[in-house]
Design a protein around this ligand. Structure first.
Ligand code: LMR
Length: 394
C-alpha cells in the first residue's frame, strides 16, 4: 500500500459549497446552497431557547464523565416521546447528527440483511448513496422523476418494492424531501407500510426536517402507518435543523425488531458499531435538546422559533410560486412542495453562470435552499436566473 495510490478526490458537493460561498468576496452574494435555515437577514441564528438551555447547562451540569456508546438516554427518551409519540416498542440511541444515524443504520442493515440491498428513489440527498454504500450496503435505484408533471413519482419506488426480494430495505424521507421538497402523500405512506409488511422489507426513514414542513406534529404523522404496522423499522433522526444545532451534530437512531428480543439484539449491535467507530457521541447538543424538551417554558419558546422559521420558508415558497414562469423555470410548481428545498431544472452551465456572474449559489444538482431568499435578494435572484437562462437560449 502506498499513499501515492490515493488520488485527489473532488470536494463533497454540499460541503464544498460552504467553502466556496465563504471565500466569495462579492457583496450581496446569494447562498441558496447548503441546507441550513437563514432568517430574513440571511443569518443562521442560534435559537434563543438553545442559548437559554446552554446557560442552564453551564450552571447545572455537574459532570462531564462518559455516558457510553448510546449517549444521553434522557435525550433519546424525550425526543422519541415528543417527535414520534413514544411507545411503539422502539429502542433508540444518540447519534452524531442524522448522518451518523444513517451510517449506523446502514452498518446494521449490512450485518443483518440477507442480500445487503437497500432501495433508494432518485433524486435524493447527495450523501445518501455514498454513505450507505460505505456502510457496506448494495444500492438498488428507482428513478422517481416525472418530467411530464415536473414533480416526483414516489410510486416508482413502491412499484419496485412490490417485486423486491423479501428481506431488502428501502429508504424514504419523511418530510421536506431533499432535494425536491415533494413528499409522498398519505395514501403512499399506507402503501409503503403495506408493501413492507407483505414482503418483509425494512424501511429506513430519514426524518431530518421535522417541524419545517407542515408542522411539528404534522410532519411525523405520515410515518404512522409504518410505526403502527411494520415490524422491523429504522428511523434516522436529526435535531440539527429543527433546533438550529447544525455543528453540534445532534441525532438519534430509533430501531425496532420483530419482537422485544430482536430489538434488544439490534441495540447490542448498534452499540458495538458505535464503539468501534467513534466510541460515543459528544454530549452538548443532545443535552441542550433534552433541557429544552424537559422545560415547558423553553419548549414553547423553541416551538415558536421553529414555527417562525417554517412560516418564513413557506412564505418564500408561496411568493415564488405566484411568480409563475421566469427564466424558463415554472415556479408555480414549487407550490406543491414543503420545507427548505426545491429542485430547479437548470443545466450545469446555467448553475455555473449563476455562480460566476451573479454570485448566486445553488447545489450542483440545481437544488435551491429557499431559506436563502429574502426581501432584499429575491428580485436579484430572479433577474439573475432570467439573465443566465436567456443566455443559454441565445
Ligand atoms: C444539505 O443537504 O445541504 C444538508 O443536509 C447538509 C449536508 O450535510 O449535506
Amino acid at each position: 500500500m502506498s499513499f501515492e495510490n490515493l488520488l485527489p478526490r473532488p470536494p463533497d458537493p454540499m460541503l464544498g459549497l460552504i467553502q466556496q460561498v465563504a471565500s466569495d468576496p462579492r457583496e450581496g452574494k446569494i447562498d441558496l446552497g447548503v441546507g441550513v435555515y437563514q432568517d430574513a437577514e440571511g443569518r443562521t441564528p442560534v435559537f434563543d431557547s438553545v442559548q437559554q438551555a446552554e446557560a442552564t447547562l453551564c450552571r447545572t451540569q455537574s459532570t462531564k464523565a462518559y455516558l457510553g456508546a448510546g449517549g444521553d438516554a434522557g435525550y433519546v427518551e424525550r425526543l422519541g416521546a415528543e417527535a414520534l409519540g413514544g411507545g411503539h416498542g422502539l429502542g433508540g440511541l444518540q447519534t452524531i447528527g442524522g448522518t451518523g444515524a444513517l451510517r449506523l443504520a446502514g452498518e446494521l442493515l449490512a450485518r443483518g440483511l440477507p442480500d445487503r440491498r437497500i432501495w433508494i428513489g432518485q433524486p435524493t440527498w447527495s450523501n445518501h448513496e455514498p454513505l450507505l454504500r460505505a456502510a457496506g450496503l448494495r444500492i438498488a435505484h428507482r428513478d422517481l422523476t416525472d418530467p411530464s408533471r415536473g414533480t416526483l413519482r414516489h410510486e416508482a419506488l413502491l412499484d419496485a418494492l412490490r417485486e423486491a426480494p423479501a428481506g431488502d430495505a428501502f429508504l424514504v424521507q419523511a418530510v421536506g424531501h431533499n432535494p425536491t421538497g415533494i413528499d409522498p402523500d398519505p395514501a403512499l405512506w399506507e402503501a409503503f407500510a403495506d408493501v413492507a409488511v407483505a414482503r418483509r422489507l425494512v424501511p429506513l426513514v430519514d426524518l431530518a426536517y421535522q417541524g419545517l414542513g407542515a408542522g411539528w406534529r404534522e410532519d411525523a404523522a405520515p410515518i404512522a402507518p409504518l410505526l403502527e404496522r411494520v415490524p422491523q423499522l429504522l428511523i434516522a433522526y436529526s435535531c440539527d435543523k429543527n433546533f438550529g444545532l447544525y455543528r453540534e451534530r445532534v441525532g438519534a437512531l430509533f430501531y425496532r425488531g420483530a419482537n422485544a428480543e430482536e430489538t434488544a439484539g439490534l441495540r447490542d449491535h448498534l452499540l458495538a458499531i458505535a464503539r468501534v467507530s467513534y466510541s460515543m457521541p459528544s454530549d452538548h447538543g443532545a443535552a441542550v435538546v433534552r433541557t429544552i424538551l424537559g422545560d415547558p417554558r423553553l419548549r414553547s419558546g423553541w416551538l415558536a422559533e421553529l414555527t417562525a422559521a417554517r412560516d418564513r420558508v413557506a412564505r418564500i415558497r408561496t411568493t415564488l410560486a405566484r411568480r409563475g414562469r421566469i427564466g424558463g423555470v415554472d415556479f408555480a410548481a414549487l407550490g406543491a412542495g414543503r420545507g427548505l428545498f426545491a429542485q430547479l431544472p437548470l443545466s450545469a452551465a446555467a448553475i455555473q453562470r449563476l455562480q460566476a456572474q451573479h454570485a448566486v449559489y445553488l447545489a450542483p444538482s440545481g437544488r435551491m435552499n429557499l431559506a436563502g431568499l429574502n426581501d432584499r435578494n429575491l428580485e436579484r435572484f430572479l433577474a439573475a436566473l432570467d439573465a443566465v437562462q436567456r443566455r443559454s437560449a441565445a
